[in-house]
Design a protein around this ligand. Structure first.
Ligand code: SAM
Length: 269
């Protein structure tokens, strides 16, 4: 099927381009973000500016990161955004979010209708800059949103849930059907709000161990943890920590995974 032109632009599949055109959804996203003058607003993947233009009407300055050179150039010459917008034409996965925040001496408010092919790596990359982030609002594939928001015992609860809930509290904002976009994606979407949890900064070793232990546990999610994690931590130690060795990966809470990672990080298993 021929790809439909949208505002004179042919959507590029390799950049995950699905442009929002439903004004009700766009307004709901902007109401949830509630941008204020003076805040450091940063959009990832502004595309043809469906969200950007409306935000530009509310505040004096905003920054965007857009990988597509043609779209970045269109935004640069956009009449209502002129003088307000700073454009980084580059890959968001390589953007120095911490450096940018430090330079501006402000926390970042990040939002975007993310290209689905990079949403999970981008979220993990943003977690590595979490100390400079005030909040985030992302349009995600429904399946990814369900995994982020899942609690223990739910079939969607997995490594992504544990890692994300360690860094952030997350809230669903609005479900979005395929026909809100041009071209429509094959899947449903959901906007999710991320509020970083300001805890004591953990060591890189702890983060590594949290990744490690959740990967090991969920790679064998139907196994009891005494088997899947047995080579990392003994049943005796699990019992001492009040964690039953009979639990399966999907029944272990985020707090318990953090306890386990702490033990590993301290080499106390
Ligand atoms: N925000 C627009 C909207 O809602 O209509 C466009 C959303 S579209 C799903 C994703 C946008 O992200 C596109 O403009 C695409 O070019 C851009 N993009 C894709 N990969 C990117 C990357 N690695 N870094 C920055 N922008 C990217």
């Amino acid at each position: 099927m021929m790809t439909q032109m949208h505002h004179g632009h042919k959507p590029r599949k390799r950049f995950g381009q699905h442009f929002l055109h439903d004004q009700y959804i766009i307004d709901a996203i902007i109401n949830a973000i509630a941008p204020q003058n003076g805040e450091l607003m940063l959009e990832i993947g502004p595309g043809l500016g469906a969200i950007t233009q409306k935000i530009g009407k509310l505040i004096d300055a905003l920054t965007v990161i857009e990988i597509d050179r043609d779209l970045a150039s269109r935004l640069k010459h956009h009449s209502s955004l002129k003088g307000k917008i700073t454009i980084f034409q580059q890959d968001a996965l390589k953007f120095d979010f911490s450096g940018f925040s430090k330079k501006k001496n402000q926390l970042l408010r990040i939002f975007g209708n993310l290209p689905y092919n990079i949403s999970t790596p981008l979220i993990f990359y943003l977690f590595s800059h979490i100390s400079v982030i005030c909040d985030m609002y992302f349009m995600l594939q429904q399946e990814v949103a369900d995994r982020l928001l899942a609690y223990p015992g739910n079939k969607n609860y997995g490594r992504l849930s544990v890692m994300s809930q360690y860094y952030c509290r997350m809230f669903p904002v609005i479900p979005v059907p395929p026909n809100a976009f041009i071209p429509p994606p094959k899947v449903n979407s959901k906007v999710v709000r991320f509020i970083p949890i300001r805890t004591v900064q953990q060591s890189p070793q702890f983060i590594y161990d949290l990744h490690h232990i959740t990967t090991e546990a969920f790679n064998q999610r139907r196994k009891k943890i005494r088997n899947s994690l047995g080579y990392l931590i003994s049943s005796k130690r699990l019992i001492e920590m009040n964690i039953s060795p009979e639990l399966r990966a999907e029944d272990v809470s985020v707090f318990q995974y953090c306890q386990l990672a702490e033990k590993l990080a301290k080499n106390d298993q």
